[in-house]
Ligand binder design. Structure first.
Ligand code: F6P
Length: 360
């Protein structure tokens, strides 16, 4: 019997549960045993590993968050922590691991895989594992899915959870606009996304924002004036409110954060009655949308498929989606490295390249 495990790591996102469900059931259907690692990489270190059956993932397709828990684990970042992780995996005879998380979590999986052989040897030398483990589990197969509301991962058009987060943002902005219109106010809405502006950009476009600030294209010096002019044009054309969407990671050309408070002050100095709403974790909550359920289900199924097909020593794979129909498999580290290169491109003022890599 093949033995697979799944963990969710980093910030939770809507769609993680449908991905777990699809992975578990597609694996069970072909005869594998499936285990959940609870609370992200922490569960690997503490040995919190439980077997899942068909019913343990029943009714979760419509639930937000992750039923197996998530965390950002400090212990797993140490080699000693990863040695315990290898021990706990092999104690359960698991050598196929699906990680659902952001680029940091996927990098962690790759490190574990790279160190696998030497850590197994050390555990055998320490007398903690049987010598036969070296031959029976020569490598750790890794598949990664991007679970993040930020949509910041190269190698996929959508990360799991991004669509639901935009839905939450749209609902909130629509609600705010009705009060904004009544008072003729200007609202600054701050959205999540870490150093990625996708959420701000697409929600700004979809709510008719007057101005959008994203990290990938820091505005030119003097942007404050053009923002005020944009808002003014709206008012002159009869709009009774103004809307500025600020990505939480927005920066200026010097790399200095552009805060919502600063935007508010600029608008107040120009005579606006301005208010800030920071949407926060509301964006990560609620029930997953159709799109997140659908892509997560397809990705989860493909991860199971991959583990049945992959050869010993295969490079870790990243499973993504192109458009709404094509599931793709790419080298995991290529996707992680590209994702992480965006920050460097921005620092070098190569904004259009950053946007191209980011795919927004
Ligand atoms: O990466 C997902 C994300 O929601 C970011 O958009 C945000 O900056 C961060 O996580 C918040 O993290 P935490 O939940 O640890 O406060």
């Amino acid at each position: 019997n093949k033995r697979f495990a799944v963990l969710t790591s980093g910030g939770d996102s809507c769609g993680m549960n449908p991905a777990i469900r699809a992975f578990v059931r597609a694996s069970l259907l072909r005869g594998a045993k499936v285990f959940a690692i609870r609370e992200g990489y922490n569960g690997l270190v503490t040995g919190s590993i439980v077997e899942l059956d068909w019913q343990s993932v029943g009714g979760i397709i419509s639930r937000g968050g992750t039923i197996i828990g998530t965390a950002r684990s400090a212990e797993f970042r140490t080699r000693e922590g990863r040695k315990i992780a290898v021990f706990n995996l092999l104690k359960n005879k698991i050598d196929n691991l699906l990680v659902i998380g952001g680029d940091g979590s996927l990098t962690g999986a790759n490190i574990l895989r790279c160190e696998w052989n030497s850590l197994v040897k050390e555990l055998v030398d320490d007398g903690k594992l049987d010598q036969s483990c070296l031959a029976s589990h020569p490598t750790l197969n890794i598949a990664g899915l991007a679970g993040s509301i930020d949509n910041d991962m190269c190698g996929t058009d959508f990360t799991i959870g991004a669509d639901t987060a935009t839905k939450r943002i749209l609902e909130a902005v629509d609600a705010i606009l009705s009060t904004a219109v009544s008072h003729q106010r200007s609202f600054i809405i701050e959205v999540m996304g870490r150093n990625c502006g996708w959420l701000a950009l697409v929600s700004g476009v979809s709510t008719g924002a007057d101005y959008i600030l994203v990290p990938e294209i820091p505005p030119e010096e003097g942007w404050e004036q053009s923002m005020k002019e944009n808002l003014e044009k709206g008012r002159l054309s009869g709009r009774r409110c103004s809307l500025v969407i600020v990505a939480e990671g927005a920066i200026d050309r010097q790399g200095k954060p552009i805060t919502s408070n600063y935007v508010k002050k600029v608008l107040e100095d120009a005579g606006h009655d301005a208010r800030i709403t920071i949407l926060g974790h509301v964006q990560r909550g609620g029930v997953p949308t159709f799109l997140d359920r659908y892509i997560a289900t397809r990705m989860g199924m493909d991860a199971a498929e991959y583990f049945f097909e992959c050869k010993e020593g295969s490079e870790p794979v990243f499973i993504g989606i192109r458009g709404l129909s094509t599931i793709t498999r790419l080298p995991l580290m290529q996707c992680v490295v590209e994702t992480q290169s965006v920050g460097e491109l921005i620092k070098q003022h190569k904004f259009m390249e950053a946007v191209k890599v980011r795919g927004i």
